[in-house]
Design a protein around this ligand. Structure first.
Ligand code: V4E
Length: 224
């Protein structure tokens, strides 16, 4: 069960001043890259209804699922307002581990026969688990670091015309989530962010436009 870090993240709205503010607080640009994300689920959306997000990015498989599922990180009871603005997701990048997790949810899909290990079709596990691509979009991401806090700040521009910022800290397994939350809160303050707006992720906006019924269902099930 190696390679399972927790991504603690707070999204924020970008404005015309964001770049200037980043510069003023001493954030350093560490590069720009572009990537295509393809998200997969069953036709009945069994994964995303459980807040599990399976994607392929640059040829690598990644599964994001809530960090609280195993009850490891949460200090029970209420959390601070600042912490409530942050999401915490486990990031699983090990393919066999991803297949196990997904298989636990997609139990009644199709039987997973020997063909799944066929060399000529490396992605046959997708069809065996009844997984289809439901979202695909390209992001141009400019990344910055704020070294004194050890946070990364990403400015994302999705190809469907949505712009969003993220302050994030990757916490290795067993690491200190609380201190990550504090780093993010201090960074948010330096950026002059207020917590009074609900900030949508790229996927929110994508689903609202392309799968409005599923979007409504995720809202009513409190996934989004
Ligand atoms: C976790 C999640 C989704 C998967 C995409 O996650 P996100 O962090 O939005 O994407 P991205 O491209 O920034 O990934 P990174 O490069 O940082 O790994 S889609 C919806 N969710 C859940 C979710 C939520 N409930 N609330 C907020 C504010 N964001 C995401």
């Amino acid at each position: 069960m190696a390679q399972m870090s927790v991504e603690v993240e707070r999204k924020f709205l970008c404005s015309a001043d964001t770049l200037k503010t980043l510069e003023e607080i001493g954030a350093v640009c560490v590069g720009q890259r572009q990537f295509l994300d393809q998200y997969f689920d069953t036709p009945k959306f069994e994964l995303t209804l459980k807040d599990m997000w399976l994607r392929n990015r640059k040829g690598c498989w990644e599964l994001k699922c809530p960090a609280t599922v195993d009850g490891t990180e949460e200090t029970s009871g209420e959390q601070s307002e600042a912490a409530a603005l942050c999401t915490r997701y486990k990031e699983i990048t090990n393919l066999p581990e991803i297949q196990t997790r997904v298989g636990e949810v997609v139990k009644d899909a199709c039987e997973r026969g020997e063909t799944s290990s066929s060399q000529e079709d490396e992605e046959s596990w997708l069809s065996n688990m009844n997984l289809v691509c439901f979202a695909a979009f390209t992001t141009v991401r400019r990344s910055f670091t704020l070294e004194e806090e050890g946070v990364q700040i990403d400015l994302d521009q999705a190809d469907f015309g949505y712009h969003v910022g993220e302050i994030e800290v990757l916490v290795p397994e067993g690491g200190d989530v609380q201190s990550a939350l504090e780093k993010i809160e201090r960074t948010a303050q330096k950026l002059g962010l207020t917590g009074d707006q609900r900030v949508e992720g790229k996927m929110n906006v994508y689903l609202k436009r392309n799968h409005p019924e599923h979007y409504a269902k995720l809202l009513s099930e409190h996934v989004l």
